[in-house]
Unconditional design. Structure first.
Length: 254
């Protein structure tokens, strides 16, 4: 990674984007608001304009929160099969991807929903472990050119029975409840927060959080922590060392 640039004077395009994002929020155009705020956040990060990044976090969070609420209000939880994974969602709701699909399919599914402006909340689970847990995973391209994977382990919803065969290594009598889905999503986001290194400079944690939010944009506390770290980075000198991370997990395997 090249040395961190200094803050850019190219700020008016960022402010313009945020003015448009705020207007979209007022009009309840949440997909547009999210897209504009995300673009503004990307520009502000490229300029290392941490003050503007901090101000962008809450509007971005609000747009995503409203999308989640619309998905929840639809009152449906859908298990994604291979056909649905290819065609994508046409109705709002909560969706669960499971084997043979991978966490990478979750990202594609969510992006397709956004292009169609279909509000969804989606999780990816991997095969049940021998300990009877469900691994939850989310992936995204890392800032340094290597994919990153978030993973945590949760108790499966009621009605799931372990088996010795099949790709999921269990059977499920009915889809999880909306409450279980939302709670599991919180656990996944909390696991991402737990990966932050308190010894790193705030600027490096900001990069971590941007990667985590790219993988799992449906967690309020990740946005709030990014805002806090941006405010802290304003008070700190630029890091003397480059941010380096280890080899990423393979998002194409369980």
């Amino acid at each position: 990674m090249s040395p961190l640039p200094t803050a850019s004077s190219d700020s008016s395009p960022i402010d313009e984007l945020m003015d448009r994002a705020s207007d979209a929020l007022v009009r309840t155009a949440y997909f547009q608001a999210e897209d504009l705020a995300q673009s503004a956040l990307r520009r502000a990060f490229q300029a290392r304009d941490y003050e503007r990044m901090a101000r962008i976090c809450l509007p971005l969070l609000e747009a995503r929160r409203q999308k989640i609420q619309l998905a929840q209000d639809a009152g449906r939880v859908v298990i994604v099969d291979e056909t649905l994974a290819k065609t994508g969602p046409t109705a709002a709701g909560l969706y669960l991807i499971q084997p043979p699909m991978l966490a990478f399919n979750t990202r594609e599914f969510r992006q397709l929903a956004d292009r169609r402006q279909v509000p969804i909340f989606i999780l990816a689970r991997e095969p049940m472990t021998r300990a009877g847990k469900w691994p939850l995973a989310a992936v995204a391209p890392g800032l340094e050119g290597r994919d990153i994977t978030l993973r945590t382990y949760v108790d499966p919803p009621p009605g799931v029975i372990p088996t010795t065969n099949g790709m999921t290594r269990d059977t499920m009598s009915s889809p999880p409840t909306a409450e279980w889905m939302l709670s599991a999503g919180e656990i996944l986001g909390d696991a991402a927060l737990a990966r932050l290194n308190p010894q790193d400079p705030a600027a490096h944690r900001i990069e971590d959080l941007l990667e985590y939010l790219d993988a799992w944009p449906l967690h309020e506390k990740l946005h709030q922590r990014l805002m806090d770290e941006c405010k802290l980075a304003i008070t700190q000198p630029a890091p003397a060392n480059e941010r380096r991370r280890g080899i990423a997990e393979n998002p194409w395997s369980f």
